[in-house]
Design a protein around this ligand. Structure first.
Ligand SMILES: [Zn+2]
Length: 358
């Protein structure tokens, strides 16, 4: 049997990830009480969105799409390219397979609204805006109506319930560092594999053009532990701490896992440092120092922006180069750009952009 299909299925962004995220939002809804804030129709839309939020993902992130002027990037005008693509594919499947048959027109429109908005909300370039709104939402705590159950739900406007769905899917999507260690590590291995495969492609492109391999995509110089710690500290922990204000049960579970997993990643990073100090066969040589990760502090939504990885590495969301410190120990290392093969004008634009592994 041909195994060519293996190369067509990304190691991380595949059906397993979709199923896993679906199970996560189901847990938030049914175990941690989020369903009390939502209507059954909202929960239905959220579930469909969770399962399909990365459908047809090519394993090459938004930055790659934009910088290479891919067909998808052109189709979606460089904006939330992969999220828009997945939302479109889900919409087509829902229509052609009549997955929501039986809903009234009004309910169908509401369900589609939840599906599309939640999927687009997984674009990491919107993360910081989501955090800002979530903080204000939690401060207002509109769900704290007396009586619980329907009273909680009735206290929320339809727009607020839609926002809750956005937050739940986004949270589930980046939840890997907040899972029990075995799962956390397995998902991390898979997502790093996907990043490195992208890096290999970048290497091919860049080698031809005399450019260095992009940070975080370079399997010889990227620190998995460093990426994981940075992603957890900078993105996942603040998000879960906010979501736990809405769903307090997450405090003793996901947030606790984040802390214990961080200790393991720190140990792993120390081991990496020790290995680097005493190079062995297969370890990176001098000049291939392992880097942490690259994060953008502001989460730009510029059309040319890219997204953070769903599970662990970094992104560029604005045009930058060079290296600068950000919030303590992490380093923002902005890679040189992918320069497309065609067109000098196009080349000039891309040289100011930065490819990232997501
Ligand atoms: Zn995802």
């Amino acid at each position: 049997m041909s195994t060519a299909w293996v190369d067509l299925v990304p190691p991380y962004h595949n059906f397993n990830h979709g199923t896993d995220v679906l199970l996560q939002v189901a847990q938030y809804a049914l175990v941690f009480g989020a369903a009390e804030l939502l209507t059954p129709l909202d929960v239905l839309g959220l579930g469909v969105a969770a399962l399909g939020h990365d459908v047809s993902h090519p394993g090459l992130n938004n930055a790659f799409q934009v910088n290479s002027a891919s067909e998808l990037a052109l189709r979606y005008a460089d904006v939330a390219v992969l999220e828009a693509h997945s939302a479109a594919v889900v919409g087509t499947l829902v229509r052609d397979r009549q997955l929501l048959l039986g809903l009234s027109d009004k309910d169908f429109r509401r369900c589609r609204l939840i599906i599309c908005a939640s999927i687009l909300g997984t674009d990491m370039s919107t993360h910081f805006k989501t955090m800002e709104r979530l903080t204000k939402f939690n401060d207002a705590a509109p769900w704290t109506a007396e009586g619980g159950g329907a009273a909680k739900r009735d206290a929320l406007e339809a727009e607020e319930r839609k926002f809750v769905c956005d937050v739940l899917l986004h949270t589930a999507d980046v939840s890997n560092p907040a899972r029990p260690w075995d799962l956390c590590k397995k998902w991390s291995d898979l997502v790093m594999d996907e990043f490195f495969r992208q890096g290999d492609k970048l290497c091919d492109k860049e080698a031809l053009l005399g450019l260095p391999i992009s940070p975080n995509c370079n399997r010889a110089s990227t620190s998995q532990a460093g990426c994981s710690i940075g992603f957890s500290d900078f993105i996942v922990k603040p998000l879960f701490c906010q979501v736990a204000r809405m769903l307090p049960g997450l405090e003793g579970t996901a947030v606790a896992c984040l802390a214990s997993n961080r200790e393991k990643w720190v140990d792993a990073k120390d081991a990496e440092a020790s290995a680097a100090a005493a190079p062995a066969a297969g370890a990176p040589e001098d000049g291939a120092k392992r880097e942490d990760t690259a994060f953008d502090a502001a989460g730009d939504e510029s059309p040319g922006g890219a997204r953070l990885g769903d599970d662990g590495a970094a992104t560029t969301v604005r045009e930058r180069r060079g290296t600068r410190a950000v919030r303590g120990r992490f380093t923002m290392s902005w890679p040189r750009a992918i320069v497309p093969e065609r067109g000098s004008a196009r080349r000039g634009r891309s040289e100011r952009s930065s490819p990232v592994p997501t």
